[in-house]
Design a protein around this ligand. Structure first.
Ligand code: PAF
Length: 283
């Protein structure tokens, strides 16, 4: 597997593949690759002839209270994993390569509406950072398909909206959440959990499941269920940020007539922010 750090070199390489009419798939990541990322790589290899992963810890999506220097960086291990999985190319640019010397002076992309809800409320500027770097990567790579994990469901919908609004000719593919055997969604952030917190963490998914079961058993009092969900999370030892029952496409509060629902939750456990979601169809 080739590793490339320069935009111009990557463009040259990809032009050759495009001329050979190869389909290009991209998996944008911030590295510290885990089983969830590897599912994205696998899906990309199955449907594209040339697969490129990107590893870039994007300063623009970290808030002033979030420590970018603490973000786990495991480039050598990541390269080995990608190589073994059969990924064709890794793009691992520097901050200067993507933003020049001052990221704060970059043109930014704002996706209205969806970026202001849920995680967007607690992490102002986060989704602007995500939309900006993803747009840049899309412009550099011009992939046919891009693969994102559904654990970051709000991010997935935001990127779909971005692609539609900016008329990128890219198919956005969401890949189902990879879970540990006890239900905890696989995430780089799980490494921050102490042994005790790791025991509590699976309760986040258990709580989503309990509420989903109540809905599927015809309980449509969503606002009461949200309150109960928050309370259960608190009792389990989490500091909940939100527990919301939403329309699965708009992420607005769901009402009893919606047939496509997503349950979204974000909590803090110790120093670790965990998010998870569960999508259900109501017949
Ligand atoms: O999901 C992530 O890892 C990041 O938000 C992304 C999409 C790679 C943008 O930096």
């Amino acid at each position: 597997m080739q590793t490339i750090t320069s935009i111009s070199q990557l463009r040259k390489l990809l032009d050759n593949h495009r001329m050979a009419e190869q389909s290009i798939g991209v998996i944008p990541t911030m590295g510290n690759l885990h089983a969830g990322h590897m599912m994205l790589v696998k899906a990309a290899i199955q449907s594209c002839s040339f697969v490129i992963s990107t590893i870039f810890v994007n300063p623009l999506q970290f808030g002033p209270n979030e420590d970018i220097t603490a973000y786990p960086r495991t480039l050598n291990e990541d390269k080995k994993k990608l190589d073994i999985a059969g990924c064709n190319c890794l793009f691992a640019p520097s901050v200067e390569e993507i933003y020049g010397f001052d990221p704060s002076k970059s043109t930014v992309i704002q996706v209205p509406g969806i970026s202001e809800l849920h995680c967007g409320k607690s992490r102002p500027g986060h989704f602007e950072g995500v939309a900006t770097v993803v747009s840049k990567l899309f412009n550099i790579i011009r992939p046919d398909r891009a693969f994102f994990g559904l654990k970051d469901y709000q991010q997935y919908l935001l990127i779909k909206q971005l692609v539609k609004d900016l008329v990128f000719e890219i198919e956005i593919i969401g890949i189902e959440i990879e879970r540990e055997s006890d239900g905890l969604a696989v995430s780089s952030r799980n490494a921050y959990l102490t042994a005790e917190e790791r025991e509590i963490a699976p309760f986040l998914y258990a709580c989503l499941n309990d509420v989903a079961t109540a809905i599927l058993n015809n309980d449509r009092d969503y606002r009461r269920l949200e309150k109960e969900g928050l309370q259960k999370l608190q009792e389990a030892g989490f500091h909940p940020d939100y527990f919301s029952i939403c329309h699965a496409e708009t992420l607005q509060s769901a009402n009893a007539k919606d047939d496509s629902i997503v349950l979204l939750a974000a909590v803090t456990l110790g120093s670790c922010r965990l998010i998870d979601n569960l999508r259900i169809k109501i017949a």
